[in-house]
Design a binder for this molecule. Structure first.
Ligand code: NAD
Ligand code: HSO
Ligand code: ZN
Length: 439
């Protein structure tokens, strides 16, 4: 069990290490492994996918696409409780994402010059749903509802098969609700490569979405850096949570929130930052008690070994450390949580006060649980409807408009030495002069 770390006693290098991500430890090796997987998928397509499925998931597949009959019969066995819970989560996520629908803009910048900004859905999207450690139907909703509300033409889903060579019925039910027709049994870096470049069976898509382990996240980075690959949403790797708590926090609540992310994987990271030593020691005791009762105790314990319990001299230092870490999830359990939130700059999603566990956002409050990790919440946003859309501009100039801004355009074109640009305007102004002279 990790011990309390006194922030003020660490050197600058130790501070950096304390906030480093465990999943990035063997980055060079990871890059090489993923590069090789992508190359093999590009070369051998479906055969490579089946080979990696056998190697990493221990399943020998006949067909990569899950047949419709299996999907339907699998869904029919689900209990009504599970369906109703998925229905409730679906509805809240749909409401929150529908509210994000962007407004088109139209303004006349100069009389006769009309500029518009419009939005359209990205046509073909690939959704990755993790499945190595646990099947995640909630991730299907986060990705699928967004694609559905945006109006994407094609949404395909890739997820690793379970040991029976199929997919959890909860995933299939959630996918059906989101209108996803094509489900492929394919996980890891190979699934990302398949969606980015296409294979005989899996269609190439324009943009890939979804979280995953470090292999998946690295593959997304690599395919997005080639011109013939696909765009990606963000680096959304192993789960992270930082809890910022003061003397008023409930240690049992804090411990449960830390453990809820620790159970995602051994390379997940849970961090507690506080200005109160008693709160930290009580949380560690609670954490030990709760950990021992968890079925996924081994995974959570491995992750807790990467955890940090940081004691700062005051709440302002706590805020500074929190902003430096830039967590995927930030839980604020302090006396003045809703006031403090305005000082917290970098986080994928923030949970305010004792009654807002991260599990709420993971499943059913309506916000998206696909969030940037590795500190990328400094610059990347949480997944939202706009990620499934593209914006573009339209401009329409009247005769009055080109007359009005034409001379300035010609001057700027001359300044850049680009005569053809100048000519495109000069020709029009000359034509207008002749037309108007002759009228
Ligand atoms: N950031 C987010 O928004 C977010 C949301 C949900 C889940 N997550 C994270 O997603 C991750 C899910 O990970 P997972 O492992 O359960 O499922 P996963 O589907 O991401 O990965 C499983 C796949 O990894 C590949 N793999 C496993 N070992 C490998 C190896 N040695 N070499 C090459 N490939 C290998 C296999 O192909 C396997 O199918 C967790 O880390 C979780 O924390 C993040
Ligand atoms: N906490 C994960 C995002 O990092 C999402 C999730 C899915 N199911 C449970 N939790
Ligand atoms: Zn979670």
């Amino acid at each position: 069990m990790p011990t309390l770390t006194k922030w003020s006693s660490l050197s600058e290098r130790e501070k950096e290490l304390a906030l480093s991500r465990p999943a990035l430890k063997d980055n060079i090796q990871l890059q090489e492994t993923v590069k090789d997987i992508i190359a093999q998928v590009r070369k051998s397509g479906d055969n490579a996918l089946k080979h990696f499925c056998e190697k990493f998931d221990g399943v020998s597949l006949g067909s990569l696409r899950l047949p419709k009959e299996i999907i339907e019969s699998s869904i029919s066995g689900l209990s009504s409780d599970v369906c109703e819970a998925i229905d409730l989560a679906y509805e809240n996520i749909r409401l929150f994402h529908q509210a994000q629908y962007p407004k088109d803009i139209e303004i006349e910048t100069t009389p006769g010059v009309i500029c518009q900004q419009k939005h359209s859905p990205i046509a073909r999207v690939g959704l990755y749903v993790p499945g190595g450690t646990a099947p995640l139907p909630s991730t299907v909703l986060m990705l699928g509802v967004s694609a559905q509300v945006a109006g994407c033409e094609l949404a395909i889903l890739c997820t690793p098969p379970n040991k029976q060579g199929t997919v959890a019925p909860e995933i299939l039910y959630a996918a059906k609700k989101c209108g996803i027709q094509e489900i492929y049994l394919c996980g890891g870096a190979q699934a990302i490569a398949a969606m980015a470049f296409g294979t005989n069976t899996i269609p190439k898509v324009d943009k890939i979405f979804g979280p995953g382990n470090s292999f998946v996240t690295e593959a997304k980075q690599q395919v997005s850096q080639t011109f013939d690959g696909a765009a990606i949403d963000m680096p959304a790797g192993p789960s992270e949570v930082l809890v910022l708590a003061d003397k008023d926090a409930n240690p049992a609540f804090v411990a449960s929130d830390l453990l809820s992310q620790a159970e995602h994987g051994a390379d997940s990271q849970a961090i507690l930052v506080s200005d109160n030593e008693t709160l930290i020691t009580r949380t560690i005791t609670e954490l030990e008690n709760q950990l021992n009762k968890l079925p996924r105790k081994d995974i959570a314990a491995a992750s807790i070994a990467n955890s940090r319990f940081i004691l700062c001299e005051d709440i302002n230092k706590c805020i500074e450390v929190t902003n430096t870490y830039a967590a995927e999830h930030l839980i604020v359990q302090t006396e003045d949580a809703s006031i403090l939130v305005d000082k917290l700059a970098n986080a994928g999603s923030i949970f305010v006060g004792p009654w807002s566990p991260e599990s709420a956002g993971d499943y059913a409050s309506g916000t998206n649980h696909v969030l940037p990790t590795y500190g990328y919440s400094r610059t990347y946003s949480s997944l939202g409807l706009l990620d499934f859309m593209r914006r573009y501009t339209v401009q329409t100039l009247s005769k009055k408009g080109i007359r009005s801004i034409g001379p300035a355009i010609m001057t700027l074109a001359s300044a850049e030495g680009l005569d053809a640009h100048k000519q495109a305007v000069a020709l029009r102004l000359d034509t207008l002069d002749k037309m108007e002279g002759g009228e």
